[in-house]
Design a protein around this ligand. Structure first.
Ligand code: PLP
Length: 405
């Protein structure tokens, strides 16, 4: 078999369906967030304003974070030098785990090389090592949780997205004696909707199930100390496991779980995805710790962020640009057609210096293609006006439907 022909053919299939992913080649400008230089395929460069970053608060370029990282590099060097088990546990890792446990009001925390790995490793370890465990997974859970469940080979039930009644039906139908794990997210990335965490905990507690909450899009962002939606709603102690990332609002990289000492020690001891991989560089741990501490004690960025999100929504409404209403910071501007979505995104980039990645199937259902816009505290009024003006031009050129007031 001609393997390269096979690979090319499969890729052509993606291109024909409009699902082939093209990465924007960017060089971010430290200290000038959200600006970046874009390298075009022809080698030319131009400046762009990034409107789709998950560095939601610009912490990736905050001097508090970058100076902590520089200092840690100067003290400890570049890499960790080993797995956590064999010489790679640096004091910065230990401090970060303490900081995370405190953030979520838990006894302990355990860090992983990414949020993806933390979900995959923690869920697969719990679900495979707890005898007879059944996993109840929200229908819109992130790929990393789905892969963790799949890898565990545990029995699983998919419950209707954000629907505690459907969850209850599924829990009630199973053997009360079997251990259970309910896995869900707080803020869902693509629609920006938020789970009814209290109701889900009520149901889970009634059936003696453990709860596992992915707060990846909420940590640093919600709650008085940036502990997430569960902190905001006073629910952290009701969740068995809270999972998060240092790669989004905290602006660095790495994932974690926070839970009881025994549960974290169990995952630490039995998870291959935790133990058989090089520990995070000490500088990353130092940067994440500085970022978490800064956002624990500082509401200014969160307040300014909310104000920016509200301003963008109001300006979109004034031009009747349709966007999905939701209670979060994610602003999905709805296009509803894969080719048009890509076309608008290309024109925004090439003609307006605005970068918003198109979001098409399979990330979202066909017919709900969108621009997922993430305003930050560092987007100015002029940035917002430029974005909304550009969208307004393109909506007219493309004869896209407007929102009905
Ligand atoms: C981004 C994301 C992750 C993975 O986190 P990383 O740190 O980027 O690997 C996990 N869960 C959800 C819901 C995400 O959106």
């Amino acid at each position: 078999m001609d393997m390269n022909a096979f690979f090319e053919n499969a890729l052509d299939g993606l291109r024909d369906a409009g699902n082939y992913r093209v990465f924007a080649d960017l060089e971010r400008h430290a200290g000038d967030f959200p600006r970046a230089t874009r390298y075009r395929p022809d080698g030319e460069t131009h400046d762009v304003t990034v409107w789709c970053s998950n560095d939601y608060l610009g912490m990736g370029q905050n001097a508090v974070v970058t100076s902590a990282m520089k200092e840690a590099i100067d003290r400890c060097g570049a890499g960790a030098g080993g797995t956590r088990n064999i010489s790679g546990t640096n004091h910065y890792h230990v401090l970060l785990e303490k900081e995370l446990a405190d953030l979520h009001g838990k006894e302990a925390a355990l860090i992983f090389t990414s949020g993806y790995v933390s979900n995959w490793a923690a869920i697969s370890t719990l679900a495979s090592r707890v005898p007879g465990c059944i996993v109840y997974s929200d229908g819109l859970n992130h790929a990393s949780m789905i892969e963790g469940i799949r890898h565990s080979r545990a029995d699983k039930r998919i419950w209707k997205h954000n629907d505690p009644e459907d969850l209850e039906r599924k829990l009630a139908a199973d053997d009360p004696e079997r251990p259970k794990l309910v896995a869900f997210e707080s803020v869902y990335s693509m629609d920006g909707d938020i789970a009814p965490i209290a109701e889900i905990c009520d149901v889970a507690e009634k059936y003696g199930a453990m709860t596992y909450l992915d707060e990846v899009h909420a940590v640093g962002m919600y709650g008085p100390r940036g502990g997430g939606v569960a902190e905001r709603e006073g629910l952290m102690d009701r969740l068995t496991v809270i999972e998060g990332t240092m790669g989004k609002a905290f602006g660095v990289m790495g994932g974690y779980i926070a839970a009881s000492t025994a549960l974290c020690d169990f995952v630490r001891s039995f998870s291959s995805g935790f133990i058989f991989t090089t520990a995070l560089p000490p500088a990353l741990a130092a940067g994440a710790t500085a970022s978490i501490q800064h956002l624990k004690g500082n509401e200014i960025l969160r307040r300014r962020h909310k104000e920016r999100v509200a301003k963008l929504r109001a300006k979109l409404d004034a031009r009747s640009i349709p966007h999905m209403s939701n209670p979060s910071h994610i602003v999905p501007v709805m296009v509803g057609n894969a080719a048009k979505c890509k076309w608008i995104s290309d024109l925004l980039l090439d003609s307006y210096g605005i970068y918003v990645q198109p979001i098409n199937y399979p990330t979202v259902p066909v017919g709900t293609e969108r621009l997922r816009i993430t305003p930050t505290p560092l987007h100015s009024d002029a940035d917002i006006d430029h974005l909304v003006g550009a969208l307004n031009d393109l909506w007219s050129q493309c004869a896209l439907s407007r929102a009905v007031a």
